[in-house]
Structures are given as structure tokens and as C-alpha cells.
Design a protein around this ligand. Sequence first.
Ligand SMILES: *[C@@H]1O[C@H](CO)[C@@H](O)[C@H](O)[C@H]1NC(C)=O
Ligand SMILES: [Zn+2]
Length: 262
Amino acid sequence: MKLSLALFSSVFCDTLPYDTQCTSIGGTCTDYRYLTCIAGYATGKCNGDNNRKCCLPCDTSCQLKEESDSLNDGKCTSAGGECKHNTNYCNGYYSSGLCGGGSARQCCKTGSTNCELLTYSNTWVKGYNGLTVKIDQGFKSAMDTMNNYAGQCGVTVYVTHAFRKEGQEIGGTVVPPASHSNHLTGHAIDMNLDTPRGWCNSSCLAAESNTNAKCFTDKIIANAGLRWGQSFNDPVHIDDNLWYSNSNTWTDLYYKHQNSCS
Ligand SMILES: *[C@@H]1O[C@H](CO)[C@@H](O)[C@H](O)[C@H]1NC(C)=O
Ligand SMILES: [Zn+2]
């Protein structure tokens, strides 16, 4: 009797009672892929797999707000997207700035699932060891600038790392990691330099004693639109400071490229 009671409670504590974390706040546990939830979904309150989430309640004032917010959705709908709370399922990627309402109400665009990163190579900027250098189109002019600087300083930039795919799946939703690395949006490279004075790796770059390498990194420092990682102990890194200069664009590009590129 004791054993069967223990079994009974262990089975049911794992199943039904767990949904009460959702139902007790007026929500409904459901597979979020098939129902758009106005107030958004909360994770960790429902039994079942990662797709079963808690659709939060939306009372009359919440519904009225949704109606008035949706009057300002024109930019999204004309781009073929759908505005909804960004915890809803989106078989594509979310973009901000296209929907009415608060910052969590975003435009789910499903139009393009093709990776739109550029493959970059130039006279003085190449992939190290045959690496295909993938960047966002918005970072191309920064790469061209680096190519010019490299030519002027007599060095070749060998890129060891550019775009990075880094899925942080939390409850079935990919969310940006706290690092907000510009590699995740295709706005950063790591590099070594080939110089007339030899190969310049991280120690060499940090030392700033190779005059060709210093010529190059000095030009990066002098350019307000570029950032050399030396200031945060990462001398092989160069980016355009996208996260700090425009976190909305960073976030949009994060979802766009992380969801469609490998
Ligand atoms: C950088 O290059 C120097 C000289 O070739 C070498 O001694 C050093 O181990 C290298 N450092 C790294 C981090 O690869
Ligand atoms: Zn880096």
C-alpha cells in the first residue's frame, strides 16, 4: 500500500500538479507553436516538453490594448510579417521597431529563411587556413576599411573567426547570450597579421612592437567606427561596437542570422 501510494504521488506530482503554476495565475498550458498568445508565453510553468508553455491571461484591458497597438502594425504587415509578443513561436525571426505597443511586441518575419551573410575576401583580408569569412552586409564597409589600412601598412589580415552561431535555447526559444558578442551578428573578426617582420599573433599584437602591425592597429584605434579588442584584453579582435552603438539592430541581426545561418 505504501509503495503504490508513493508511485501514485510520484507520477502525479510530475504531471498534473505542475500545470497549476500556470493555471493558478489564470494561464493555459498549451503547445505554443499552434496558438498565438496575446499576453505572451511563460516557460517553466507547464508539464510536458519544451513546446508546452503557459499562455498568460489577457483580460479586457489587455485585449483593448492589443487592438489599439495593432493599429500601428503597418510597417510589419507591409513587410509580410505578423506583430505579436516575442515569446510567441516565430518560424523565422523577430524584428523590433515595426509594431505598435511595447518593446516585446515585435514583428515575426518568415519571408527569408536563407542565410543573408556575405562571404568576404579582399586583397589584404583573407580567411586563415581556407576559412570562409562570413559577415553581415552592414559590416562590409568596416571590412573594406580594414583592407585599405592593411594595404597601407603592408600587412595581410588573416581572419581566424568571424560570424559565430551560438544558440542559447531556453525553453525551446533561442535567446541572445549575455555576452552580446558582435561575432553573433557578423559584426566582428578575430585575426592574426602576416607582416614583413613575420607572423603577428595575439602576443605580438598586444606587444605593439611589430611596426607594421602597430601601423594597422593604430589606424583601427583612430577610427571611431571601429574597436580594437586590445582595450578588453582581446588583441586579435576587431568589431564596430554594434551592441553598444545600436542594440536594437544588434538584436534584430542576432535573430535573423542565428535563425537562418549555420
Ligand atoms: C605567438 O608567437 C610567438 C612567436 O612565434 C610564440 O612564441 C607564441 O607562443 C605565440 N603565442 C600564441 C598565443 O600563439
Ligand atoms: Zn573576437
